[in-house]
Ligand binder design. Structure first.
Ligand code: ZN
Length: 476
């Protein structure tokens, strides 16, 4: 989504915290599996959770105590190890050192014996309390627990994050992947919306219990509770959870998802890793976000047909190659491609002119950023990762693919994508490999294009000077 999805943004310090992440690295062990037992008491606005964490020491040193962060109003009652013995712990409300406006509960657990490098341990934290968002830090985090709509997500530390009291440490924890399974119990008439795989649903007289597990290793868990209605398309494995008042919008969202899926399959082939798609409506202004094979979509997008392209964007991520570790933060191979595929879907459903308008919006968005921060213009796409400028892959990354698409033509472009997915789903791709692939499939030398768009910054001038696409293509 161009500027509307929040993939995980802390408003005040987006740039500095990402630089700190690299320094924090793998100092702490990592959670490899979460087992959550969640019970919502909606009238009381409370949630009670037993979280069983499998933890592996991926760091180079032993740890005799482990720090966790939770939402400030969630209180830990007990901590146990796997044998049922209770472990001593301390908890305190802290302000994150590198982001003092962010208040959280720090829980420090003493282990029975030091956790050596490569060893694992399982601990259980029982806690309960309230969630009332983070309006003072992240305007979109209005998450709460009540009878209208309840949401648990990593942004509020609704489940324990193995991190010290800094935002950099939280981001380092978010860089590690885990699997999970969970049961969620809610009062009668409520339904749990979730992006993973549904294992079981049990409806009792006063409550319902939903059992889920992760579809694949991931970095986040999202759980929403409301009187959801559900649209299902089993053939395409599409599910839309929506609020009762938005049933018309939900049908358009489902249709758009189905149509764009079949468009991408036509052009690029069926993705080997496709695991279905779940769309979960969240209240207006709570910040759309994407997980693996699901996304939380703000209510406005259910009622505003102009925002349907956000569905095109999110589903396009199923056609992403796997980027090599050192180019991943450039965000070119995920956000650049998803943004351009979104533009192609706009062309398919709304015509050539709509595509051009979309790309011009994208151009002016990039140019505006460039006026605000010159390094945006002076950094090549291949250098975005080091400077944490990956957000410009949504605009300039997409533009580079737009130029390539016009340059090699529709058919060859599709063939490049098909080959890329064949070769680089298990093997990682980088810019050099992408160039070799493009040159091989297009049977031409593309050095000047790659030099100006990927490795160099001549392309910034072409965008700033509003050079028409046909004239840009003519350069190569
Ligand atoms: Zn995206």
């Amino acid at each position: 989504m161009k500027g509307t999805t929040v993939h995980y943004v802390l408003l005040s310090s987006f740039f500095c915290v990402f630089q700190l992440t690299a320094v924090m690295g793998t100092e702490l062990p990592a959670v490899t599996h979460y087992k959550l037992n969640v019970r919502f008491q909606l009238k009381e606005q409370r949630v009670g959770i037993v979280a069983t964490l499998s933890i592996k020491n991926t760091s180079a040193r032993s740890h005799s105590r482990l720090p966790f962060l939770l939402y400030r109003l969630l209180t830990v009652k007990q901590v146990h190890d796997l044998s049922g013995l209770s472990l001593p712990f301390k908890q305190d409300i802290v302000q994150l050192h590198d982001e003092p406006s962010l208040q959280a509960r720090e829980v420090v657990v003493d282990l029975r014996s030091p956790l050596k490098p490569r060893d694992s341990v399982t601990i259980m934290l029982s806690y309960d309390g309230f969630i009332f968002g983070y309006p003072e830090v992240m305007a979109y985090v209005k998450d709460r627990i009540d009878e209208n709509y309840s949401l648990l997500r990593p942004d509020t530390y609704a489940y324990p994050v193995l991190a010290g009291p800094t935002f950099a440490s939280v981001l380092a924890a978010n860089d590690t992947k885990f699997t999970y399974d969970m049961t969620v119990t809610v009062p009668k008439d409520y339904r749990v919306a979730h992006g993973g795989e549904t294992v079981d649903v049990r409806i009792d007289a006063d409550s319902s219990t939903f059992t889920f597990r992760s579809k694949l290793p991931t970095w986040r868990i999202d759980v929403a509770v409301a009187k959801f209605r559900v649209l299902n398309n089993p053939d395409d494995q599409l599910v839309v959870y929506h609020l009762p008042q938005d049933s018309v919008g939900a049908r358009s969202v489902m249709l758009a998802a189905r149509d764009v899926l079949s468009f991408y399959i036509d052009v690029f082939g069926r993705p080997t890793s496709y695991k279905g798609y779940t769309i979960i409506e969240i209240p207006d202004g709570w910040g759309s976000q994407a997980g693996d094979y699901y996304f939380l979509q703000t209510a406005a997008a259910f009622t505003d047909s102009l925002r349907i392209s956000e569905v095109y964007h999110e589903i396009a991520h199923s056609w992403n190659a796997t980027p090599a570790g050192d180019v991943q933060r450039c965000r070119f191979f995920d956000e650049g491609f998803a943004s351009f595929f979104e533009a192609l879907a706009i062309q398919r459903f709304d015509g050539e002119r709509a595509l051009q308008e979309d790309m011009e919006r994208s151009r002016s968005n990039f140019v505006q950023w460039g006026q605000y921060d010159p390094q945006v213009l002076n950094t090549p796409i291949a250098g975005y990762g080091l400077k944490e400028l990956g957000r410009h892959s949504y605009t300039k990354g997409a533009w580079s693919l737009y130029v390539l698409y016009r340059l090699v033509g529709e058919k060859t472009f599709a063939s490049i994508i098909r080959n890329m997915l064949n070769e680089f789903t298990t093997q990682p791709i980088d810019f050099k490999k992408f160039q070799n692939l493009c040159e091989r499939v297009a049977k031409r030398n593309l050095q000047k294009f790659f030099q100006e768009w990927i490795y160099g910054i001549e392309s910034s001038n072409l965008l700033v000077d509003k050079v028409p696409i046909a004239d840009i293509v003519a350069r190569y």
